[in-house]
Design a protein around this ligand. Structure first.
Ligand code: 6GU
Length: 249
């Protein structure tokens, strides 16, 4: 997968060199290219923002640098009409979910347009949408100072779904929120050695070797945890799914 990110803070994305995403890049599974928005300005101050029409606090990102940057990203692609799916992080976007992560992971090429200030002039998004798929995405109900951290979140969630990036191809099927078997269910607690630590014992059933009992216990803990932390998910549970959740022992 190819990923382009246009930003005024390329340094903010330095973590993309690390860990899972960094290794995927080193292996050639992920081709990440960062572009500095200010390179697409022409004035001495390299201006990317201006005051909002209609008044109000804060500044709005100007259209010209963004359109020039996005044109350059498209032009740097494989050609033959290929365009990226443009992901625009914004608190007013649609919620980022595991399902959306899976959809994005199926795309060959993503471009990200993280904004600072009060956002990007709306016409940039409309103009881009005439040429490429655009999805505006929020990573939660809080406001960040800019979209760069959201890019890190989205890229990490997508990268770990790419074929060959995770060691165990099955390991994300049991993730909290994965559609299918684990939809709407949070994962329960996990344990490793030693079997007793600071007077606390690992639940006996996990040492029993009884796969059926272990699966049932994990299901119960997952239900309890979801009830405690996400009653909104419990409201989506359906009777007929209740028995499908025998988590693999
Ligand atoms: Cl994607 N961007 C910003 N700036 N704030 C957010 C967000 C995104 N998602 C939640 N809050």
């Amino acid at each position: 997968m190819r990923i382009d990110v246009v930003t005024i803070f390329p340094e903010y994305l330095a973590p993309l060199d690390l860990s899972l995403v960094g290794k995927a890049r080193a292996r050639g599974q992920l081709d990440v290219r960062l572009h500095e928005l200010r390179e697409f300005t022409h004035d001495i101050h390299r201006t990317v923002d201006d005051t909002p029409y209609g008044g109000g606090p804060g500044m709005v990102m100007k259209p010209e640098p963004w359109s020039a940057a996005l044109d350059a990203v498209v032009a740097s692609g494989p050609g033959e009409g290929a365009v990226p799916t443009l992901v625009v992080p914004t608190p007013s976007g649609r919620p980022f979910t595991q399902e959306l992560a899976q959809q994005l992971a199926a795309e060959p090429w993503l471009a990200f347009a993280p904004a600072r200030y009060e956002g990007i002039d709306r016409r940039v998004i409309e103009d881009a949408a005439d040429r490429m798929p655009v999805v505006e995405v929020s990573i939660g109900d809080y406001v960040l100072a800019g979209g760069e951290v959201a890019v890190l979140v989205i890229v990490e969630a997508v990268a770990r779904l790419l074929p060959g990036v995770l060691g165990n191809a099955e390991s994300h099927q049991d993730d909290s929120f994965a559609p299918g078997r684990m939809a709407d269910l949070l994962e329960g607690p996990v344990y490793t050695k030693p079997a007793e630590w600071r007077g606390r014992e690992v639940p006996e059933v996990l040492l029993s070797g009884h796969h059926g009992k272990i699966a049932r216990w994990r299901r119960e803990r997952a239900f309890a945890r979801t009830l405690a932390h996400r009653p909104d998910l419990v409201a989506r549970w359906r009777r007929e799914d209740m028995d499908k959740h025998d988590l693999k022992a």
